[in-house]
Design a protein around this ligand. Structure first.
Ligand SMILES: [Zn+2]
Length: 81
C-alpha cells in the first residue's frame, strides 16, 4: 500500500466533525428527510440528531413559521391562536 492509498482511506472514513471527542465507528448518516449522508462517528451522529430534534422543538414553540412551513399544506396556519 502506498502513502496515497492510506491517505485516501483515512479521508473516506473520517468523521465530518473530527476532533478529540470522536467516539465509535464512522459511518454515513443522514438526518431527517435529507437525502445527503455524511460520515460521522457515533458520538457526533448522535449530537447531530439532538441538534435536529431541538431545532424542531424550537420551531414548535415559535409563532414565526420556519422557512419550510407551507400554509397551503392541509389548510392550516402556523399561529392559530
Ligand atoms: Zn466525530
Amino acid at each position: 500500500m502506498t502513502d496515497t492509498d492510506t491517505n485516501t482511506a483515512l479521508e473516506a472514513s473520517r468523521c465530518l466533525e473530527y476532533g478529540d471527542d470522536c467516539a465509535g465507528d464512522v459511518e454515513f448518516h443522514s438526518v431527517g428527510a435529507s437525502l445527503k449522508a455524511w460520515p460521522r462517528c457515533e458520538f457526533h451522529a448522535e449530537q447531530r440528531w439532538e441538534r435536529y430534534e431541538n431545532s424542531i422543538e424550537r420551531y414548535a414553540d415559535s409563532s414565526v413559521a420556519p422557512s419550510w412551513f407551507d400554509p397551503g399544506d392541509a389548510g392550516e396556519s402556523w399561529d392559530d391562536d
